[in-house]
Design a protein around this ligand. Structure first.
Ligand SMILES: [Zn+2]
Length: 311
């Protein structure tokens, strides 16, 4: 299957910090022009607030630069993930950092936040972060639990409504056939993660779009340090087109809806990539380059890859 998309794509949930330069190259080649990296758990539990601070700085700093070196616009959402919310002593300190980061350039939401084990601590920090999102008027990116998903998803939405959030400002992620109807019926955005060989495969995603249509639906890879596929969006796009889903609908779920939802932050104008500077790998970030051992930098002429997208 040819996975190069005939139109530009956005992956609105991918943890690039854990991925390689080959992934960036492959994603760009397949048509991804912009991505959103939610703040999340790193696998190893953090023990100091300072490591959160450096992680958030990395998301808005070096990772954004690294992405730009491959022609992809990098945005992020900032938040305290549900798993680490259970370390309350640490969570308290992280809460003090959040207001400093949510207002930074290129931060398109508060996320990914919500429930993991659905504990009291998770509930407390989820609610506090909903209040931050409301205060700074940013979209919320919700991570729904993998265990007890239906209950956790319903609860995430109920609590968001209880705190007075507009469902149009909330993206509920990791949906499946059991949750999609409830999410769409309540007016929230429904995001779907396409994991390789697991629950939410591409085939099933095709069926969901056929059944529910493309309104307020979006797809992502959620690729991270686990077994995941950074090309999940382009591959699903190719399959949808092959299965006869109209191109405008496929574009909505792989580009337009992510732009509309996270664009409400005011931090993600389309011109960021439509009028992007050409790739120049001779650039450095605080003295660091992505080049190793005398490699020749790729320096594109104005008017190549990102600027000549056919729309
Ligand atoms: Zn994630």
């Amino acid at each position: 299957m040819n996975t190069t998309s005939p139109f530009p794509l956005i992956d609105p949930h991918v943890h690039m910090t854990s991925r390689t330069t080959d992934d960036y190259e492959a994603m760009r080649r397949a048509g991804i022009v912009a991505l959103i990296e939610p703040a999340f758990w790193m696998g190893q539990p953090r023990t100091e607030a300072g490591t959160f601070k450096d992680y958030y700085s990395h998301l808005i700093g070096f990772e954004r630069f690294r992405s730009s070196q491959f022609g992809i616009k990098h945005y992020c959402t900032i938040g305290l993930n549900s798993k680490e919310a259970n370390n309350e002593a640490l969570a308290e300190q992280v809460m003090e950092l959040l207001p400093l980061y949510v207002a930074k350039e290129g931060v398109v939401g508060v996320g990914e936040i919500g429930y993991d084990d659905q504990t009291a601590a998770e509930d407390k920090y989820y609610r506090l972060q909903l209040e931050i999102a409301k205060e700074v008027n940013l979209p919320v990116q919700i991570h729904t639990p993998h265990r007890d998903k239906k209950k956790g998803t319903l609860r995430s939405m109920e609590v968001a409504l209880e705190h007075g959030l507009d469902p149009g400002m909330v993206i509920v992620d990791h949906n499946n056939e059991e949750t999609v109807k409830d999410v769409l019926d309540r007016g929230f955005w429904a995001a779907f993660t396409i994991y390789p060989h697991t629950k939410m495969g591409n085939e099933r995603m095709v069926e969901i779009v056929k059944q529910y249509g493309p309104e307020r639906v979006m797809i992502n890879s959620a690729a991270d340090w686990g077994i995941s596929d950074p090309l999940a969006v382009p591959k699903t796009v190719a399959l949808m087109l092959e299965r006869g889903i109209p191109e405008e609908q496929v574009q909505l779920v792989s580009y337009g809806n992510a732009l509309a939802a996270f664009g409400q932050s005011g931090q993600m104008p389309e011109s960021d990539w439509l009028e992007a500077q050409p790739i120049d790998q001779s650039q450095k970030f605080s003295g660091s380059s992505i080049l190793r051992g005398g490699q020749t930098p790729r320096i594109d002429e104005a008017n190549t890859p990102t600027s000549n997208i056919i729309r």
